[in-house]
Design a protein around this ligand. Structure first.
Ligand SMILES: Nc1ncnc2c1ncn2[C@@H]1O[C@H](COP(=O)(O)OP(=O)(O)OP(=O)(O)O)[C@@H](O)[C@H]1O
Length: 601
């Protein structure tokens, strides 16, 4: 759970951001309450004057009508401003939370599953966004009831005294509502988040679920928290219902008592007919203090929801330094004593590797040996706990954000394309890093050609201008777009983490060939599952349980049966490869059939 300060900070920020709307809302509410308070007095006066046949009666009647019209207009404006405030606050909270997720290291965001994150960004951010308007309503919805109580005192203190007798009961009722409601709402939101999280995960793995015929079990797993949701939801409504029922009895009782006393006073000639009318209306308005329960409930829900969203907003950002790389650097990559520990698990230990600028290093090892962690640390998607990662002698943690992104290009097994770059061409061009100017179409096409993507992109209805959403692409085609995005810039270091896993052998070899020949020279770190990739590399980093077992060219390592086992069919990496390696400089397809199958991971 985020600290209450986290949610408090988030809600204060949202309140500041929506002040431009909440201030007019506050003014509308105050003016509306003033109008509401004035109507009974003016209408009562008009009635008394009418009964006496006074010539000013018409003016007072008109004034009462004008006040009622203004009340309606102000209420309409308040509804509109409440909606706008909610939308603006929700957007602000959502953006803060999203920024928190995107700015942190991948490993820091990992404990929040995609489903859980989606639930916090959607449902909880919306509930949290209701807070600023609810706060204004809380502050102003007491004006009319308190003002009505004062008016009761002014018109006839006896009726006010009768009303005041019931107030302690009302306060107790509201306190019980706030306490019970807060607990039930918190638990309900937690269960709701769990259902959303499990559903999103299941959607991601729909094919696996269908293939394993486990849909029924999965459905039970997703819906399991429904029992809790029902229990807490029922409790929430019971709390609400009890509060409404109690106030439904208490408030009319109070109003009736006031009217009864006022009637007696009228009979005794101590109040006029108009004052009786005003008193009964003021009693009803004062009873409206129970209406505070609605904004109070919204505020409680908002605070609970904001605490969940604040956990995302408060994820520690990845700090960046102020350094830039030396202009003449070749892209020398050095990992010195790198160690990564997460949740008490050692993911990498004392990894020391040097990759000369412009050369290619393949990272191999059994599944779970730490390859992706090493790739993430090298491209600074996450920080190491011990040791340093140097690019051309500069610690990557000291680089400015822009310099880091310009200097590194990365591609993954499952690339994701931002909606900000809606067409296929712009999605590829986005890989050029912080914009120094538009990327020429020729460069985009060259990158696509190197990634073996140009052919299928040109066959799309509008070629490179096809909106990504309208391009029905296979997993391998997406991977090739991801590769093209990595190829389009001029990085010093390129990190490819399983980025060709969905490509067929021939296409993968074309990409490997392009990597070796047609791209601008840069240092390449490639997480490899294929023998051919390791064989083409200048250096192979062989990882075992987070440690470097050996670091040498593929030809040297191939003598070691343990190394060959990494690529063998029975290994967790699932590669066939008991035959000798293909020649390193081969782009001709020699050795085809040896490294053939990609890992079925
Ligand atoms: N943030 C994290 N917290 C805890 N454990 C983690 C975290 N990230 C990865 N791990 C664990 O660290 C180990 C190494 O993971 P990593 O993804 O680097 O392996 P890998 O060699 O790339 O595996 P594969 O070839 O299957 O992709 C795994 O056991 C993984 O479960």
């Amino acid at each position: 759970m985020a600290s209450p300060t986290g949610s408090g900070r988030l809600l204060r920020g949202a309140a500041r951001h929506t002040a431009v709307l909440t201030v007019p809302l506050l003014l509308c509410q105050i003016a509306g309450a003033a109008g509401t308070l004035a109507v009974p007095a003016v209408a009562g006066r008009a009635l008394d004057l009418l009964l006496r046949g006074h010539p000013d009666a018409g003016t007072w009647l008109l004034l009462a009508a004008a006040l009622i019209a203004a009340e309606v207009l102000l209420e309409t404006a308040a509804v509109l401003l409440t909606q706008l405030t909610g939308a603006r606050a929700t957007a602000w909270i959502r953006l803060r939370a999203l920024t928190g997720v995107l700015r942190t290291g991948v490993d820091r965001a990992a404990p929040h599953s995609s489903g859980d994150t989606a639930a916090r960004l959607c449902v909880n951010a919306t509930d949290g966004g209701a807070a600023p308007a609810a706060l204004v309503q809380m502050a102003t919805c007491a004006i009319a009831p308190v003002g009505a109580l004062v008016a009761l005192v002014l018109v006839d203190p006896w009726t006010a005294a009768v009303f005041a007798l019931g107030l302690p009961l009302l306060v107790l009722l509201l306190r019980a509502f706030a306490q019970d409601s807060s607990d039930a709402v918190g638990r309900y939101q937690q269960a709701q988040g769990t259902v959303a999280a499990r559903l999103t995960e299941a959607m991601g793995g729909a094919q696996t679920i269908a293939a394993a015929a486990t849909a029924h079990r999965e459905q039970e797993r997703i819906l399991a928290p429904l029992t809790d949701m029902t229990r807490h939801g029922t409790r929430m409504w019971l709390v609400h219902g009890r509060a409404v029922a109690r106030s439904a009895v208490l408030l009319p009782l109070l109003t009736t008592a006031v009217v009864a006393v006022a009637g007696t006073r009228l009979a005794a000639g101590q109040v006029s007919v108009g004052e009786l009318l005003a008193l009964s209306r003021y009693a009803a308005l004062a009873a409206g203090i129970g209406g505070i329960a609605a904004p109070l409930g919204a505020l409680i829900r908002a605070r609970r929801a904001a605490a969940r969203t604040a956990e995302l907003a408060d994820l520690p950002p990845m700090p960046h330094g102020t350094a830039v790389l030396p202009a003449a650097g070749r892209g020398d990559l050095e990992l010195r004593g790198v160690g990564v520990v997460r949740d008490g698990l050692t993911l990498l230990a004392d990894v020391t590797v040097t990759v000369r600028g412009g050369t290619t290093a393949a990272v191999v090892g059994h599944s779970g040996s730490g390859k992706s962690t090493l790739a993430a640390v090298a491209g600074r998607l996450m920080d190491c706990d011990t040791g340093r990662v140097l690019l051309d002698g500069v610690d990557v943690a000291d680089l400015t954000r822009a310099e880091l992104r310009r200097a590194t290009a990365q591609a993954f097994a499952r690339p994701v394309f931002e909606e900000a770059f809606p067409t296929v061409g712009s999605a590829i061009a986005a890989g050029a890093g912080p914009p120094a100017g538009p990327v020429p179409p020729g460069a985009v096409r060259a990158a696509a050609r190197a990634a073996s993507a140009d052919t299928f992109v040109r066959l799309l209805p509008r070629g490179y201008d096809t909106p990504l959403g309208e391009a029905p692409l296979s997993g391998g085609e997406y991977q090739r777009l991801g590769l093209a995005r990595a190829f389009v810039g001029t990085p010093r270091l390129m990190v490819l983490d399983d980025a060709t896993s969905s490509l067929d052998t021939v296409t993968a070899r074309q990409v490997e060939h392009a990597l070796a020949t047609s791209l601008r020279p840069c240092t390449k770190l490639i997480v490899a599952h294929r023998v051919s990739t390791a064989a083409r590399a200048d250096l192979v980093v062989w990882l075992e349980a987070g440690r470097v077992r050996r670091c040498a060219p593929h030809g040297v390592l191939w003598q070691d049966p343990g190394y060959r086992a990494v690529f063998s069919a029975g290994s967790p990496s699932g590669q066939a490869g008991t035959a000798p390696p293909p020649p390193r400089d081969s782009g001709s397809g020699r050795g085809a059939g040896r490294d053939g199958r990609r890992a079925d991971r």
